[in-house]
Write a new protein. Structure first.
Length: 255
């Protein structure tokens, strides 16, 4: 089913009602509202059977870009969030000018924020411990767990939109440091210009939780990125710095 045309009438009704109440409507972009953009970017998948549509449907930052169930983080009131990015541009091109809230043929989001290159590994297991006690993976073929780490070598579990096949099996020599969330003497982080995965710090809460997007270099548009997942770090500045302590402020395009 083409998701955006299916909800186009509802979106148009909301736009008209907001204009009546506020005098000026919000901006609707591929299923998201610009005024609620930051929390809307934090949608994650539910389950493991998600797929990409065979043809372009929406930009990667929209919930409409994947097939399957999704959920949004319960962040409370938006004013309790501190955004870590600046939104420079966000736009979508509708397929038809007669249906501006319907199907889109392109979409882009240009932001400036803290970005860090990361390594990605997919363990043949799933997380089953307190988030403050490291990843602590218990192995199972049915739920591969996706982990990232930056130059500090501290690992974090992320929610990946489309699950990847396991790249590291139980018993591998370097499995221990990924499982516990801390580096070992044999680990290293090698970054070069061909690195494919990056984390963009998105926002923090008053309670010290950091939310971020997992991005991948686009294969279709040079110097652009696609959203492939989301992550969360609890524990305040010290835990946050394990991933973003050496992040650089970068302007980038997400398609």
């Amino acid at each position: 089913m083409d998701k955006l045309p299916a909800v186009s009438g509802l979106a148009q009704s909301f736009l008209e009602n907001m204009k009546l109440m506020n005098g000026e409507p919000d901006v609707y972009l591929a299923g998201l509202w610009k005024g609620d953009l930051i929390p809307s970017l934090l949608r994650c998948v539910v389950g493991w059977d998600h797929t990409k549509p065979s043809e372009y449907r929406a930009p990667s930052w929209s919930w409409a870009s994947i097939n399957g169930r999704i959920k949004f983080e319960k962040l409370g009131y938006v004013h309790r969030l501190e955004s870590q990015i600046s939104i420079n541009e966000i736009s979508c091109t509708p397929v038809s000018s007669l249906d501006p809230t319907g199907a889109v043929k392109t979409g882009r989001l240009v932001v400036t924020g803290p970005l860090t290159a990361v390594q990605l590994v997919v363990l043949d297991g799933y997380r089953s411990s307190d988030p403050c006690d490291g990843p602590m993976v218990m192995f199972s073929e049915r739920n591969p767990a996706h982990f990232i780490r930056g130059p500090s070598l501290k690992s974090y579990e992320v929610s990946f939109d489309i699950a990847l096949p396991p790249s590291l099996r139980a018993g591998a020599w370097c499995c221990g440091c990924w499982r516990t969330g801390y580096e070992c003497s044999a680990c290293s982080f090698d970054f070069d210009e061909t690195s494919q995965f990056f984390c963009l710090e998105l926002c923090t809460t008053k309670l010290g939780t950091t939310y971020y997007l997992l991005l991948k270099r686009s294969r279709t548009i040079q110097d652009a990125f696609e959203k492939v997942g989301v992550g969360r770090i609890r524990g305040g500045v010290m835990q946050r710095d394990g991933l973003f302590g050496n992040a650089e402020e970068v302007t980038l395009t997400i398609i």
